[in-house]
Design a protein around this ligand. Structure first.
Ligand code: FAD
Length: 475
């Protein structure tokens, strides 16, 4: 457990000369925050309240030059480096004891070119920043389900959301990136320039450099779509999951549907009598003709009487933030995840059994569809693996009280163990926790792992960027 709780006393954190750290200040346009500065605790806090690490210094960059200066400073002074963008990584990779944190969270500019249908976004953007700027043009990038997530970590690890069945992994839709490399150069990575780096960055996470901006391909979506949530009592889950499987196998790529097994929160859209009781909810987004969506959902609605139904015409922006309130910053989180090829009927009984054991009102078992456009590209198109997966299963424990750590983690692990036989063998890198090591990283990349290690050797042979799901350079 200590690996996870990670609450070092100040005496276990490596000592760094404060005078040396002060010499970083004049080198940056942004703030430099040391351990005794006001705001240090706020600056080192990330989304997962389980992570309590103390970097030696935080470099709050305002531009590429700041990121470059911070990296050069760390290398000159032998400091380890971590990179923070949205701070949403479950494993807390953005923050590391005794290191220099290159914090890009203040770099949130977005520039949209509506005629080229592209957006340039700085690495500190949250999904909501990009959605807001692109939606004024009726365009959208392929991003994730919670609008407070950072674009950078999400994109570099693959990235999927409501538009994935239509257009692929987020990283499939990236046209270029600007990167500060381990040896202190600023380079472009695209199909035309530094192709091997571009290949590795699309899925290989933060292993190859500090990405300071992304150029995304945009697609006409919204501003109105058809979406929302439908919920039924927990006892209806077997029937609804069966219908869910059929829906996914027949629905056009315009339709995406996430399934969640959890206890009903006391939300006004859910019937009062189910509050605190087990439910199954489907979060639906249809970006095609609304009439088509109504027809697809009619059999589901007729199966059992829903206890909540908010599916309607709505703005794409409201759809993108529909689930935000379920994932507040600072709560304690622990996830276990696998890729599945399909929703195997044999897995329903153990899945529902573990769902019935959910103790925390905030925990959930989630199924995210991954099929469609992802599978249309070859496995080695980019570093991201898992193009054979139809679903990502995420067993997501969430709770408030640290006295309940052991019980919640044990629940997630037990459910995961029973689901592993149904896995494709793959695992989504961005959902991996702190206690998942090399074997799981290899599982995430499959046959692409060896090529990733070669790219790592070319671009970061000293493993400067190792505070991540690390791919070791070849000796
Ligand atoms: C509530 C929640 C919802 C999520 N929903 C989705 C979803 O719908 N779809 C999905 O695909 N994923 C989802 N994820 C997973 C998400 O993709 C990862 O957590 C991702 O790491 C978040 O990116 P970030 O920039 O916020 O992370 P950070 O914690 O800031 O960074 C994580 C790591 O990524 C690397 N990194 C970050 N920025 C850079 C950079 N600029 N240059 C180089 N390396 C960098 C570093 O190794 C860093 O330590 C979700 C996560 C959470 C917590």
């Amino acid at each position: 457990m200590t690996q996870l709780l990670d609450t070092p006393s100040p005496s276990t954190v490596p000592l760094v000369d404060p005078g040396m750290l002060r010499s970083l200040r004049p080198l940056l346009r942004g703030d430099v925050i040391a351990t005794d500065d006001p705001g240090y605790d706020e600056a080192r806090a990330i989304w997962n309240g389980m992570i309590n690490r103390r970097p030696a210094v935080i470099a709050r960059c305002l531009g590429v030059a700041d990121a470059l200066a911070a990296l050069q400073f760390a290398r000159e002074h032998g400091l380890a480096v971590s990179v923070r963008s949205g701070g949403h990584n479950i494993a807390g990779l953005a923050v590391s004891d005794g290191s220099l944190m290159i914090d890009l969270s203040r770099m949130r500019g977005v520039r949209v070119d509506p005629s080229a249908r592209t957006a340039h976004a700085h690495a500190g953007c949250l999904l909501s920043d990009v959605d807001r700027e692109t939606q004024v043009h009726g365009l959208a990038a392929v991003l994730g389900f919670i609008s407070t997530t950072g674009i950078a970590g999400l994109t570099l690890g693959g990235g999927f959301g409501y538009l994935t069945r239509r257009f692929g992994w987020t990283c499939d839709t990236v046209r270029s990136m600007e990167v500060v490399t381990a040896d202190g150069r600023i380079v472009q990575a695209s199909e035309k320039e530094n192709r091997d780096l571009f290949w590795g960055l699309r899925g290989g996470g933060g292993n190859f450099g500090v990405v300071t901006s992304f150029e995304y391909q945009l697609y006409p979506v919204g501003p109105q779509i058809f979406g929302g949530a439908l919920a039924w009592r927990g006892e209806d889950a077997p029937v609804i999951l069966e219908a869910y499987r059929n829906l996914l196998s027949t629905a056009p790529p315009e339709m995406t549907c996430v399934a969640a097994l959890r206890r009903a929160p006391p939300a006004p859209w859910l019937a009062k009598e189910v509050h605190g009781q087990p439910i199954i909810a489907l979060f639906i987004c249809h970006t095609g003709e609304p009439e088509r969506a109504e027809a697809l959902l009619a059999p589901l609605r007729a199966l059992r009487v829903p206890v909540g139904d908010t599916v309607q015409r709505r703005s794409y922006l409201s759809q993108q933030s529909l689930l935000d309130a379920t994932q507040p910053k600072g709560r304690r989180y622990y996830w276990k995840s696998e890729c599945l090829s399909t929703l195997d009927p044999a897995m329903l009984a153990p899945l529902l059994d573990h769902a019935a054991r959910i103790a925390s009102p905030h925990s959930a078992i989630l199924l995210f569809p991954l099929d469609g456009a992802i599978a249309s590209l070859p496995d080695d198109h980019s570093a991201t693996g898992n193009r054979d997966a139809g679903l990502v299963l995420n067993i997501a424990a969430a709770w408030d009280d640290d006295a309940q750590d052991a019980g919640n983690i044990a629940w997630a692990r037990a459910a995961w163990q029973d689901m592993r036989p149904f896995s494709t063998g793959g695992a989504y890198i961005n959902f991996q926790t702190d206690d998942e090591g090399e074997e799981r990283i290899r599982a995430a990349y499959g046959a692409n792992y060896e090529r990733l290690a070669e790219v790592k050797s070319r671009w970061d042979s000293d493993n400067v960027f190792r505070m991540n799901k690390n791919i070791a350079p070849r000796p």
